[in-house]
Design a protein around this ligand. Sequence first.
Ligand SMILES: Cc1cc2nc3c(=O)[nH]c(=O)nc-3n(C[C@H](O)[C@H](O)[C@H](O)COP(=O)(O)O)c2cc1C
Length: 210
Amino acid sequence: MTLRILGIVGSPRKGGNTEILTEHLLKGAAEMGAETELVSLSDLNLNYCRGCHHCLETGVCAISDDVESLKEKLLRADGIVLASSTQAQTISGNMKVFIDRLLLHVFKQSLQGKYVVSVSVGGFYGMDKVTKYLNDTAWAMGANMAEKTIKTFGKIDILVNNAAIMLKRPTKTHVMQPSDQITVEEWDSVMSFLPERPWFSTTLPQRQRL
Ligand SMILES: Cc1cc2nc3c(=O)[nH]c(=O)nc-3n(C[C@H](O)[C@H](O)[C@H](O)COP(=O)(O)O)c2cc1C
């Protein structure tokens, strides 16, 4: 099976150091037989997340721009390179805008089973913070989540599922409430567009349990 490796380059500079480094990385993967693609965020029409929660309510982003087709590539990829230049000791602005647009995929744990590596480029300080940020981003979307938990805590006893907050409905005023106070209708409403989430949350820890 040919692995598909997608490199996403966050840097304001087209053809800059981040892109060059990512190209080298993808070249190595291609030499090993992978199908590779590099997408530079500086080439895309990329708009800020509006925080409207439309994606959480419908499964579809309210904004129609180049991010939508990049998300499809992300979901099709077996491996992802998240690369960013270091700017003001953090990730590039365009990488942050892109990551904000992936909110639904935190809830859907869409990177489950995918390999993700992070690359940072910098001149003097903060490159380690960039790779940590990118790694944490991948982890938040499900990449190697169980593996990281086991590495950190030694084993999984109980995975607390959805122990966060959910949108209060039907007001759509973005009021949040604790998950133990939601009604069954609210639960069903959220779960109706995230049908696979309980499956991931249940089966993966079962397989990883020590
Ligand atoms: C606005 C701005 C802020 C930067 N901040 C940092 C920084 O905090 N730490 C650092 O090591 N390099 C910093 N740099 C340097 C870039 O990370 C470095 O030049 C890098 O090679 C740029 O990658 P690129 O060629 O892909 O754009 C900054 C550059 C810019 C333009």
